[in-house]
Ligand binder design. Structure first.
Ligand code: HGY
Ligand code: MN
Ligand code: MN
Length: 407
C-alpha cells in the first residue's frame, strides 16, 4: 500500500495557512486577492517541485498533471485554496495538499500509474467575494460561460476578469479541456455529524441544494426622533424581518432546511437615521429540491407582504442557485470500501456545504471523502481536524486514486 508522509502533509497545511494568516490560527485568502495569489504561487511551486506539468486555465483553475504509462483520461483530485474572510486552515486546502502528498508518495515509490493523475485547485470556490460560489469548477464543467464569469464583480466593483489578469492567473488553457476519468475530493465535513458520532470517514452521497438571493431594499431616510412609526418606510426593518422569518421558517420546516442572513449593509447606517437602503443576502439550503423551492417561495411571499406594508421597494438578484447533486453510486461505494479496508469507521451522509465536486459530477463519476471537524466548526478560525483524522482521510484518498488510476 502507498505510504503517505503525514508529517509533510501537516507541514504543508501549516505553511499554506501562514499565507494570509489572521489572529486565532486561521487564514483569509479571498478569491483573487494578493493573499490568494500568494497561496496560488506557493502551491504551484510545490506542484512543479513534484514534477507535475502545471496548467492554468482561462478562469484561473490550476491543474498539476502527472503522466501515466498510457495517455488515458486522468484520475483527478483537488479542491480549492481560496478562503472566506474568517477561514480555517483546512477548508479546501486539505484536499489539494493531500492530493500532492499522493503524488509525492508515488514519486518516492517510483510508481507510474496506468492513467495520468491530476491535482487541481479551482478558482473562487467560496463565493465570498464573487458569486456564484464554485465559480471555477462551474466554468470547468461547462455550467457558466467565461465572459459571464469574468463579469462577476465584488462590492468594490472589481471584476473576476480584471482580478485574474491582475494576479497573473488568467491562463491560456480552455477550462474543461482535460476531461477526467473520475474526480475524488477529500474535504473536512465542516459540520457536527462525524465528530458528534465519533465516526472517522464520511462517505458523501450527495450535496444539498443551495439558493443565494441578494435583496436591495429602498425606503426613505428620516429622523429617528421626529418620524412617527406610521410614517416610516424603513428599509432596515424589512431586512431584519426577513432574517427572523427565514430562521423561524427553517425551524418550522425542520429536516435539512437551513437559512442564513449573513451579509447585511444598511445605509446611511447611523444611529439617528431611519435607513433608506438595505442590501442583504438570504442563503437557503435543503437536500430536497421541492422543499428548497417551498422555502424560497415563502421567503419571497413574506418580503412582498412586508414591503407592501412598509411601502419600500425591493429588487432581488439570484447570486447562486444549484439543485442537489447525487454522486456516482459506484464511486461512493469504493470510498466506503477503501475506508473499511483500513478499518476506519464510516457513515454515509449528504454534504451541507457546497463543493467543487458537485460541479465535476456533471463531467465524470465523482465522489467525496469527509473527515471530522472538531465541534463541527468551519468558516471560523478555530476550524480543526485531528492529525490522525487528516492522515486517515489522505490514506483513503491515496488508495482510491491508485485503484482508479490502474483501471
Ligand atoms: O457556501 C458553501 O457551501 C461553500 O463554502 N462555498
Ligand atoms: Mn470548501
Ligand atoms: Mn468553505
Amino acid at each position: 500500500m502507498l505510504r503517505l508522509d503525514d508529517r509533510h502533509l501537516l507541514g504543508a497545511l501549516d505553511e499554506l495557512a501562514a499565507v494570509g494568516a489572521i489572529d486565532g490560527g486561521g487564514c483569509a485568502r479571498l478569491a483573487l486577492t494578493d493573499e490568494d495569489k500568494a497561496g496560488r504561487d506557493l502551491v504551484v511551486g510545490w506542484m512543479k517541485g513534484l514534477g507535475l506539468d502545471v496548467r492554468v486555465d482561462a478562469i484561473g483553475n490550476v491543474i498539476g498533471l502527472r503522466a501515466g504509462r498510457e495517455t488515458l483520461t486522468p484520475v483527478m483530485t483537488g479542491s480549492h485554496i481560496d478562503t472566506v474572510r474568517t477561514g480555517g486552515r483546512y477548508d479546501g486546502n486539505y484536499g489539494v495538499l493531500a492530493g500532492l502528498e499522493v503524488v509525492r508518495a508515488l514519486n518516492e515509490a517510483n510508481i507510474v500509474t496506468r492513467r495520468p493523475i491530476a491535482v487541481a485547485f479551482f478558482t473562487n470556490e467560496e463565493g465570498a467575494r464573487f458569486q456564484p460560489d464554485m465559480l471555477g469548477s462551474l466554468v470547468y464543467a461547462g455550467g457558466l460561460g467565461l465572459n459571464e464569469a469574468y463579469a462577476a464583480a465584488d462590492k468594490e466593483d472589481r471584476s473576476v476578469g480584471d482580478e485574474l489578469r491582475r494576479i497573473g492567473y488568467l491562463g491560456p488553457v480552455a477550462p474543461g479541456a482535460l476531461k477526467p476519468h473520475a474526480f475524488v475530493e477529500l474535504h473536512i465535513e465542516q459540520g457536527p455529524i462525524l465528530d458528534g458520532e465519533k465516526v472517522q470517514i464520511g462517505v458523501v452521497e450527495s450535496v444539498q441544494g443551495i439558493s443565494w438571493i441578494e435583496y436591495t431594499v429602498t425606503g426613505v431616510s428620516n429622523h429617528a426622533g421626529t418620524t412617527p412609526m406610521r410614517l416610516r418606510r424603513d428599509a432596515g426593518y424589512l431586512a431584519a424581518s426577513v432574517n427572523v422569518f427565514a430562521r423561524k421558517l427553517a425551524w418550522e420546516m425542520g429536516g435539512n432546511q437551513v437559512a442564513t442572513v449573513g451579509a447585511l449593509v444598511l445605509r446611511p447606517n447611523l444611529i439617528n437615521v431611519v435607513p433608506n437602503r438595505a442590501v442583504f443576502a438570504v442563503d437557503l439550503r435543503n437536500t430536497d429540491e421541492a422543499k428548497l423551492k417551498e422555502a424560497e417561495a415563502r421567503v419571497a411571499a413574506h418580503i412582498a407582504e412586508v414591503a407592501n406594508a412598509e411601502r419600500v421597494e425591493v429588487a432581488a438578484e439570484v447570486l447562486a442557485r444549484f439543485e442537489p447533486v447525487i454522486f456516482d453510486r459506484g464511486l461512493v461505494d469504493r470510498v466506503e470500501h477503501h475506508a473499511k479496508a483500513l478499518a476506519l469507521s464510516t457513515r454515509r451522509m449528504p454534504s451541507g456545504a457546497g463543493h467543487d465536486a458537485q460541479m465535476m459530477q456533471r463531467l465524470c463519476p465523482t465522489a467525496m471523502i469527509f473527515v471530522p471537524s472538531v465541534d463541527g466548526l468551519s468558516h471560523n478560525v478555530k476550524e480543526h481536524t485531528e492529525a490522525a483524522d487528516l492522515a486517515a482521510g489522505a490514506q483513503v484518498l491515496a488508495n482510491l486514486i491508485v485503484e482508479l488510476a490502474e483501471a
